[in-house]
Design a protein around this ligand. Structure first.
Ligand SMILES: NC(=O)C1=CN([C@@H]2O[C@H](COP(=O)(O)OP(=O)(O)OC[C@H]3O[C@@H](n4cnc5c(N)ncnc54)[C@H](OP(=O)(O)O)[C@@H]3O)[C@@H](O)[C@H]2O)C=CC1
Ligand SMILES: CC[C@](O)(C(C)=O)C(=O)O
Length: 336
């Protein structure tokens, strides 16, 4: 089923004009969206706890308030804390400061879809979900482009919640490259599925396993790093630019034939069944419950996995080699 992409010319309403938008959280998405919307002429304030984000937002010239005060001052409250703390922040500092006609905005459907946050019926509940990291959202905006975004409406008290969502996405630069309509359920399912099975979980498992196979076979860690880690971006850039056709066109017949005939041995029917199980656990709430229980238990497994990753041979050999190579990071002078 094809879905219509929208662009700047398709977003013709102006309900956002004159609205004060409070960004709750000034991290990857918060700093990008707040700066992009301010540059698009929107009245922006920041609500965040004391600490590095508070200090950075002040340094970036924003009016910065405690969360509750920012929520009270705002017409639109954009919730951009980490997903796991969002419902606590909402219940303790935002809920009592919402007024009829306000807009409650998100950039991921997790908390609304799994009912960790249930908004009052007299506010709009919308989502603008960039399909890319925050630093890239800011850098591309500054370069006159943007990162595509999904938009969705969960609750439409005003009668124009969808227009609000589209206008917000346009102010973030996303309509320069494309907006796609979705729902909170669909965005949550596909975003969690993508990050767990392909973009992060899938890719890191492939890279780690390839690195292990090569080094266990006696090849140097440096050679293995260059083959399965460093070159991944270069190949993905080709896919980004023109799909598999561009990638295979720019690579050798040797690599193309080997890819077609050996790749399916690695990612096969068993892998697909594992992905389908992971999707089911997203759809039935098993993952969400496990993640929130893990958070409420102190993120013990997350910190253990993170420490193992940081201390891995792959990370260490990569750090050594990256220190010797010039490269352009995704973050840059527009981001921290
Ligand atoms: N990362 C990304 O690029 C993307 C993220 N999203 C979604 O955007 C939302 C925000 O994620 P992301 O930007 O990555 O989050 P980050 O972890 O980068 O930033 C979190 C922000 O929230 C603040 N914060 C944390 N805890 C509290 C608290 N208890 N009270 C007040 N402020 C707090 C942090 O401040 P402090 O400095 O004090 O810790 C920080 O400013 C999530 O819903 C996520 O799913 C969607 C698309 C892409
Ligand atoms: C792919 C990870 C992501 O979904 C993103 C950058 O969009 C996230 O939640 O960080």
């Amino acid at each position: 089923m094809s879905v219509e992409m929208l662009y700047e010319k398709d977003v013709t309403t102006n309900y956002l004009k004159g609205k004060k938008v409070a960004f709750i959280g000034y991290g990857a998405q918060g700093h990008a969206q707040a700066n992009n919307l301010r540059d698009s002429g929107v009245d922006v304030i920041i609500g965040v706890r004391p600490g590095k984000s508070f200090d950075k937002a002040k340094k970036d010239g924003f009016e910065v308030y405690p969360v509750a005060e920012a929520a009270k001052k705002a017409d639109w409250v954009q919730m951009l804390t980490p997903d796991e703390v969002m419902s606590d922040v909402y219940k303790k500092e935002v809920a009592d400061n919402l007024e009829p006609g306000n807009v409650l905005g998100f950039s991921h459907g997790f908390n609304v879809y799994y009912k960790e946050i249930v908004a009052p019926e007299n506010v709009d509940v919308v989502m603008m979900a960039p399909k890319g990291p925050g630093n890239l959202c800011r850098r591309t905006y500054m370069e006159g482009s943007g990162v595509p975004a999904l938009y969705a409406t969960y609750q439409d008290a005003s009668g124009h919640a969808e227009d609000f969502a589209k206008e917000f996405a346009k102010a973030n630069g996303a309509a320069r490259v494309g907006l796609l309509k979705t729902t909170f359920k669909e965005e949550t399912d596909e975003d969690l599925f993508g990050e767990q099975n392909v973009l992060m979980g899938g890719v890191t498992a492939l890279i780690e396993t390839g690195f292990e196979v090569l080094t266990e076979a006696g090849y140097s860690p440096e050679l293995a790093f260059f083959e399965v880690d460093h070159e991944m971006k270069l190949i993905c850039d080709l896919i980004y630019e023109g799909g598999f056709a561009k990638m295979y066109n720019d690579c050798s017949n040797t690599s193309e034939y080997g890819s077609y005939t050996r790749g399916p041995r690695v990612i096969n029917a068993e892998s697909k069944e594992a992905m389908k199980r992971n999707l089911k656990e997203i759809q039935d709430g098993t993952f969400a419950k496990e993640f929130m229980d893990e958070y409420r238990g102190g993120f013990k497994k997350l910190y253990k996995y993170r420490k193992e990753m940081e201390n891995s041979e792959l990370q260490k050999v990569g750090d050594e080699l990256r220190a010797k190579m010039p490269f352009v990071a995704q973050a840059d002078k527009y981001s921290d």
